[in-house]
Structures are given as C-alpha cells and as structure tokens.
Design a protein around this ligand. Sequence first.
Ligand code: PHE
Length: 469
Amino acid sequence: MANGSSGRGRFGQLGFIFAAVGSAIGLGNIWKFPYITYANDGGSFVLVYLLAIALIGLPIMMAELVIGRRTRQSPVGAFLKAAKNTVGGRAWGAVGALGVTGSFILLSYYALIAGWTVYYFGQCLSWSVRGVAVQDQALGESFGAFLANGPLQIGFHLLFMAVTVGVVALGVREGIERVTKLLMPVLGAILILLVVNSFWSPGFGEAMRFLFHIGPITADGLLEAVGHAFFTLSVGMGAMLTYGSYMTSRQSIPRSAVAISLLDTLIAIMACIIMFSIIFSVDAAERATTFGKSATILFTTLPRMFYEMPLGVVLAPMFYLLVGFAALTSTISLLETVASYLIDRRGFSRRKACLVTGGAIFAFGIPSALSLGASGALSAFAPFGERAEGFFSTMDYTVSNWILPLGGLLMALFFGWFLSSRESRAELAEGHGDVSRWFFIWRGVLLRFVCPIAILWIIWAVIGGRSFA
Ligand code: PHE
C-alpha cells in the first residue's frame, strides 16, 4: 500500500518542506493573524494560539500526512482506501469530498484577495517612483473604489488564478517544488529585512509588550485562536493530505510536521512584529480611530505608514510582493488539492485537470469579486443573515466556520477512534523510527479527546450564532 501509483509525482525531501511551509504560510499569517491578534488584545491570545497549534493543529497535520502518504491518493481516494476495513467504510470518503469542496470555495475568494496584493504592489511601485504624498483619506477612498470596480476585481482574480494554474499544471516536482523552492527563500529574506528594520521604529518596544503581555482573554478569543490554528496550518481540508501523498517514505512525518508548524508560527509572529511596530509608532488617539477592528488596514493605512518610514519607497512595494508570494504558495496547494481529485479519481491529465478546476474556481470567484461594491444584489446576498453579509463574506463564513472545523473534527475522530492504531503507527514510524514514546499521547489523548472536544466547542458556538472572521 505504501508505494502504489508510482506515476504520481514525488517531492524531494527539502522540496516537500518548502511546498508544505509555503502552503501553511499565507494571507492567514501575514494579514489575518496580526489583525485578529490586534482585535483580541495580543498577549494571551498569542499564547492560546501557540497552544492550539501544538495540541490541535499539529496532531491533525500529522494525521493528514499519515493518511496521504499511506494511501498515495488525493483526499477522496485516500479516505476510501484507508477506511476500507473500518466501521463506516466508504462513507468516510465524504470527509475527503468535504475537503475538496472546501478547497474549491476557499481558493475562489483567496485568489481574489491575493490579487489585491498584486494591485497594491503596482500602486506602491508607482507611488515610490512618482513620489506622491499618500494620505489616509485618499487611500481609503481609492481602496473603496478599487473594491467596487468589477472589471478590476475580476481582472486581478483572473491573473492570480492563471499564475496558480500555470504552476500546478507543470507538475509536483517541476511546478510546485521548483516554484516554492524559489519563492520561500525570497519571502524569508524580505521578512527578515522588514523585521530588522522595525527594530529602529519608535513603536517596536510597545509592539513587543503588546505581543507578549499576559492579559485577559474572552471565550470568543479562545475559539478564534483554535479556529485560526486550522486555517494557518492548512489542515482540515485535505491540502496537507494531498502534499503528504507526494512525500517520500524516507522522510519523517513527525519531524516534518513539527518543522512546518514552527516555521509557520515564527512567520506569523514576525508579521506581527512588522505590523505592530508600524501601528504602535502612531499615537494612541489616532490608533483608536484608525485601527479599530478593521480587516482592511493592510490596504488603507499601512501604505501611508510605510511611506513615513525611512526607506519606505523600497519597503512598501517589497511588503506587498512578500504578501503576494506567500499567497501564491498557498493558492498552489489549494488548486493541487482540487485538481488531484480529477487526476486520481477521474483519470484527467494534469494539464486538463488544472485548466478545468482553475477555470471553474475562477468562475465561482466572480460573484465574490462583484459583491464588494460592484453589484448591490451580490452585496446583499446573506443566507446566514447578520453572520455574513454579501457573497464574499458568505463563502468565507462557510469555509472558516463550518467546513474547516467539521473537516478537522472528522479527521480527528477517524484517527482517534476508527483507523487501527497498527496502521497509523506503522506509517508514522516509516522514515522516523520508534514512535512508541509518544504515540499514545498523539492518538489516544490528543486525537481521541482533546481535538474533538475543542472543535465541538467551536461548532457549538457557531451553531449558537457566533461567526469567526
Ligand atoms: N494556510 C493558509 C494561510 O495561512 C491558508 C490555507 C488553508 C491554504 C487551507 C491551504 C489550505 O493563509
């Protein structure tokens, strides 16, 4: 079972790490994490998030990699194959289908936001060259106008999808591995540069205090931290499973998963240092009016702040390039998850699978693109009422609040209670060696109890009307 379908691609060891880290690091780290940390008052929220990564995200990531590599299949086939002799049998295929559907929906609006970073990269380049004074009000207005411009929204969405399709169509090794190996070091270098630069910013000290102080945390903050742990590690939707199916058997799953989680966390914290050093450089009164809980500061206030910094003309475009690269290595993994379903289960060639799924995802993203101001009807689309208004928010709500937690829950239950421990233990030991010291904690404690209970708590809150960004 471990070495079937040799015609499928295979990552090199380092290539796998780059690709998986690339999937994990994305808009979630550089955009979402800083803003939810800010909204939840830093400190304790960060601590809970670290715990959620270690106790919930990491164990489920290992589970996904185990099932992917064991079966050498994309999500649906993987669950069908792994569940053959377990209670429930073929019904477990639905967990894979849920993941593929979730990846499809997520990519349809993720690529849209990713397109904004390309647009802002271009904007910053032109501001840097022309040397114009960038002002808050003008920035807010121009962002609003950009969102409401249907053709521009669709155009940048198309651009981002086209690049993603181009990379994935080249194959696991020639496309995904090559591109992530190229982009991730660049991304790392830009990040380090920006972090080092923030050491000199007047807000640096306060940013660090904010990030690491221990203060009160709300129940909602707790849940948000757990939910974000899934999103940021790319688990719960089969993306890690799919990458795991291309991993060599010589590589250790536990060590890889720990490395991926650590790097993902490190970069999220670095992003916070960069953003907060900028934010805390302005005085408290301005901060209160400008930063509230807004998710859009990345495009409305940050550019101006960059231009107030020394070297801002260089750093501003670099920053958007960084966010764009981070997003691209994530969209690649989402498309691979969907396309590999058609390749493995429906016999499509890789090229055709990428074009078909990429085209469908692009088309499905159009209503999201038009729901940000271009079309009143799509902005008013709200089947979940106040919890999510507009097509874009409805899709985000569906994925973040339902599909990700549900997928994670079912995976934890499958591993904790259904899949024989002999199977998972054998795969974990492959390329690693003896796992008996902690195997019980992983399967018998974390996957069996801790993960399901924490996730059920989230689902309970969502049923009760809570909505997580
Ligand atoms: N982990 C990515 C991020 O942080 C998002 C993602 C989720 C990518 C699920 C793939 C699968 O932005």
